[in-house]
Design a protein around this ligand. Structure first.
Ligand SMILES: Nc1nc2c(c(=O)[nH]1)N[C@H]1C(S)=C(S)[C@@H](COP(=O)(O)OP(=O)(O)OC[C@H]3O[C@@H](n4cnc5c(=O)[nH]c(N)nc54)[C@H](O)[C@@H]3O)O[C@H]1N2
Ligand SMILES: Nc1nc2c(c(=O)[nH]1)N[C@H]1C(S)=C(S)[C@@H](COP(=O)(O)OP(=O)(O)OC[C@H]3O[C@@H](n4cnc5c(=O)[nH]c(N)nc54)[C@H](O)[C@@H]3O)O[C@H]1N2
Ligand SMILES: [Mo]
Length: 812
């Protein structure tokens, strides 16, 4: 989230699109209801289904899955052509006037630089034109034909309201009605918040849908504003913490990233990561990359990491693929390239697409370790469960080890929520039986590995043998020890520019401004620096006073970065430092410094006329409409059809087969034949959650099993009528990859849509229920889903694929 949960109450319009927060985030949803009560905020729900959020919404539009860029792109065109965007904000705070280098172009659905042989882009031309000092050229009048605003206008001129109706299936009058409500929030005293989750992420074009949402918010002047922002409602309670701390295969803690194989040289790596300002005088915070990186290596390797050995840079893995994501790992398993796997709190068989392929992969492993408090499907993938999981155990040689863990309430620690707040919690009860906490298990594994390397040697022992491991009980690092480590500490006295000592050797750092690139600080996760300074554990604070009545409770827990609650909050004030409107006053210039309800996202005493832009993490200080080379499929979001589409062409670029689907979607050679066509599988399907279950684990809980006892699928009344299916009938839903059976819920919540000259029906399939637990047994939903990923994050396309539906007899 750029903003945070409580801040939603400040919104005038709430766009719930690509998420169903009433269902999946029912506690946070109270802030949506508060906005409605407090300021009569308008809630808009745009979803393929009429869902539980829609039930309390003021407006709803049924959209075809995977087409959100068309709706948002059309809105961008509408805002520019009707001149209803936030002019001063766009001119002063965004890249609208920057001039794009010659050579950049877009034709028939593809940007310049596409290489169809390896399905990648050469992104060289996706950049700004630079002057002789290396700064980006700018046209403050926004008239230059190659300035970002003009290129954006041109790009989205194709996204007519007729195309929106044709592709998304939302009638033109409804589209215009919604755009009018949304456009009203470009006024300085109005804001719109966007709440999204998997309905945007789980598509082959997921990252670009989200970017398009950010562009809309920039055009409306809603970034950095209370009640504004682009807000990802995250999944598991600590999934925000997972990405923050770098638990993805291509990341290091704090959104630093691992080098690729062509960066064997430390200085070369630094050159690509240290981002110098592209406009004179801008902050460009990533220019401090080396401070974050060196402090991390000092944390990991202590005295062994020195300037002379490039802080042990050679020990870091270098990626020969852009990312070793879960899809990649599963694919490698099926190719017999992987010996063993650890599944820690991960029910991969239930959670990942194309169950048959995941089964094939798991069956080829030599060993599988599963760390989970429950006996979940993945740990028993080799057992036969009859109709719902029919396998022959004699054909599977994988040895499975089960390490029972505790559950979250049986351990201390911090949990980072969607708001970026780190909230500390204490263990409520010890775990049952032989269970151990995850850190105890990993501590034991680490020490045994180290011991084996010491005793037996082996390939590449250095990174394991030299890893710092200074915990009181080495087999059981305490949560507090780990937290103090990610905050960081001084390894020598730290001085400021004038030579004054600001931090003594051995002290906890106050925040990441104290990090140094000379090896005198250690820090496990730079963005978390400030969570546990000398004053103690900030995450355990529970003061909810709210002096400005903005919902900003700076004394409650601790938020990264710097306890700041609202990112880019400098943009909540006009260029002259005064609030855009009295009712939206948030952070302002008081004549001497930035003041207000939040920790300013800006150099504290830098006056408004210093010419520094509010987006201090970008190289231009501006919010970007033009993404440069950041995303893999182009600087402007473009619509591509899902990998399995209910129509035969991409109406946005009908004459180019290469632009039918995302041209760089993650597709494995082995899966080329695993996608179905709309002739065999005519219905568009999507998958989703229910409040009463949490994925697959609550099916082990009797009360949840009673509340939602059995797997069902939702079918619209019109289609059910055509297929002769009545409510309660048992139906078979099949895709190119397999079939499931379930009870039919015949509903008004799904309606047929008119798309590109044909009628498209959508089917809704909850993800819950499997063959373990106390609820009624069922086929796993992911038997059906396609093995294909987003072009940047590799997130699978769980939300758009094709199925067929038949009645199979038998009712509830
Ligand atoms: N009770 C409960 N709560 C949960 C979870 C749970 O299992 N149970 N899981 C947690 C996790 S890990 C996560 S990640 C979050 C997920 O939170 P959400 O993303 O809100 O949950 P979903 O139900 O997967 O999907 C949300 C909505 O996206 C819609 N949708 C599908 N395709 C599209 C599309 O192309 N465009 C648009 N606009 N909408 C689309 C679906 O119809 C659905 O209503 O929930 C978390 N909260
Ligand atoms: N078709 C379809 N598939 C989907 C999705 C979808 O929308 N549609 N959503 C995707 C999403 S967003 C997600 S997040 C995944 C979810 O996929 P998973 O994360 O695999 O699903 P969970 O059932 O939440 O599994 C978490 C496991 O962690 C265990 N656990 C709980 N506490 C602890 C602990 O302290 N330590 C350890 N070691 N284990 C613990 C639980 O018992 C549970 O078995 O599913 C994905 N799959
Ligand atoms: Mo999730």
């Amino acid at each position: 989230m750029t903003n945070h949960w409580t801040d939603i109450a400040n919104a005038n319009v709430i766009l719930s699109m690509g998420g169903n927060s009433a269902e999946a985030h029912p506690v946070g949803f109270r802030w949506v209801m508060k906005a409605k009560q407090r300021s009569k905020a308008i809630l808009i729900s745009i979803d393929p289904r009429f869902n539980r959020t829609t039930a309390v919404a003021d407006y709803h539009a049924s959209i075809r899955t995977g087409t959100d860029i068309v709706f948002l792109g059309g809105f961008i065109k509408f805002l520019i052509e009707t001149d209803r965007y936030a002019h001063e904000y766009v001119r002063e705070y965004t890249d609208a006037g920057l001039i794009v280098a010659e050579g950049f172009g877009f034709e028939e659905g593809l940007f310049t630089g596409y290489n169809s042989a390896d399905r990648t882009y050469d992104r060289q031309t996706w950049n700004f034109e630079l002057d002789e000092n290396g700064f980006a050229r700018r046209d403050p009048t926004l008239q230059h034909p190659r300035c970002v605003l003009q290129l954006m206008r041109q790009h989205y001129s194709r996204y007519t309201v007729e195309q929106v109706e044709n592709i998304c299936g939302i009638p033109t009058e409804k589209v215009l009605e919604l755009w009018d409500l949304m456009a009203a929030t470009s006024a300085p005293d109005k804001t719109m918040t966007i709440l999204y989750a998997l309905g945007w992420t789980q598509h082959t074009i997921g990252s670009q849908i989200i970017r398009c949402g950010a562009m809309v918010q920039l055009l409306l002047g809603n970034m950095g504003m209370p009640g504004g922002g682009v807000n990802a409602l995250r999944g598991h309670s600590n999934i925000q913490g997972l990405t923050d701390i770098g638990l993805l295969s291509n990341l290091l803690p704090g959104y630093m990233n691992l080098p690729s194989a062509d960066l064997q040289d430390y200085d070369e790596y630094m050159k690509t990561r240290i981002k110098q300002p592209l406009l004179e005088g801008e902050v460009s915070y990533w220019k401090f990359y080396e401070r974050f990186f060196v402090s991390l290596m000092k944390d990991w390797y202590g005295d062994v990491a020195t300037k002379e050995n490039n802080w042990c840079y050679d020990w870091l893995p270098k990626l020969s693929e852009p990312i070793y994501d879960v899809l990649y790992a599963i694919n490698d398993m099926t190719l017999g390239k992987m010996t063993g796997a650890f599944c820690q709190g991960f029910n991969i068989l239930a959670a990942f697409p194309n169950k048959a392929k995941v089964m094939d992969g798991l069956s080829k492993l030599k060993f599988l370790v599963i760390m989970d408090p429950l006996t979940v499907e993945t740990g028993e993938f080799w057992k036969n469960f009859g109709e719902y999981h029919d396998v022959d155990p004699s054909k599977i040689g994988t040895e499975v080890f089960r390490l029972p863990t505790t559950c979250f309430a049986e351990d201390d620690g911090s949990i980072t929520n969607s708001s970026r707040w780190l909230q500390w919690h204490d263990k409520a009860a010890p775990g049952p039986g032989e269970s151990m906490t995850d850190t105890e298990i990993l501590g034991e594994v680490m020490l045994r590995l180290k011991h084996m390397y010491q005793e037996e040697g082996g390939a590449f022992p250095d990174p394991v043998l030299n890893m710092s491991w200074n915990y009181k009980v080495p087999t059981a690092p305490k949560a507090s020890e780990l937290a103090m480590e990610y905050n960081g500490r001084a390894l020598a006295d730290i001085t400021d520019d004038t030579g004054k000592v600001i931090r003594r050797k051995g002290e906890q750092l106050q925040d990441f401004s104290e990090l140094r690139a000379d090896g005198s600080t250690a820090c496990g996760c730079w963005i978390y620096s400030g969570a546990w300074p000398e004053a103690g554990n900030m995450m355990a604070r529970r003061d909810n006073s709210d002096p400005y009545d903005t919902g900003n409770t700076l004394g409650w827990a601790w938020a990264w970065p710097m306890n700041r609650r609202l990112l880019y909050n400098r943009a909540s004030a006009r260029p002259d430092g005064t609030p855009w409107a009295p009712n939206k006053a948030f952070v302002w210039w008081n004549g001497e410094r930035w003041a207000g309800a939040d920790v300013p996202d800006f150099p504290l005493t830098s006056p408004p006329d210093a010419g520094v832009g509010p987006f201090i993490v970008t190289q231009t200080g501006a919010g970007h409409f033009f993404a440069c080379e950041w995303l893999n499929e182009g600087p402007f979001p473009e619509h591509y059809e899902p990998m399995e589409s209910p129509i035969d062409r991409n109406p946005m670029s009908p004459n180019n087969a290469l632009a039918m689907h995302n041209p760089i979607a993650r597709v494995f050679e082995q899966d080329r034949d695993s996608f179905g066509s709309n002739k065999d599988f005519p219905y568009a399907a999507t998958t989703y959650r229910l409040t009463e279950h949490f994925h697959y684990w609550t099916t082990h809980v009797r009360l949840n099993a009673i509340a939602q006892p059995e797997k069902f699928v939702e079918i619209g009344e019109v289609l059910a009528g055509e297929l002769g299916i009545a409510a309660g009938d048992r139906v078979k839903v099949s895709s190119k990859r397999g079939f499931i059976t379930a009870i039919a819920v015949v509903t008004k919540r799904l309606i047929p849509l008119q798309i590109d000259g044909r009628t498209v029906h959508q089917i809704g399939i909850p993800i819950h229920w499997g063959f373990k637990g106390v609820a009624k047994k069922a086929h796993l939903t992911n038997t059906l889903t396609p093995f294909v990923g987003d072009g940047n994050t590799q997130t699978p396309e769980f939300k758009s694929f094709l199925v067929n539906v038949e009645r199979v007899g038998g009712t509830v």
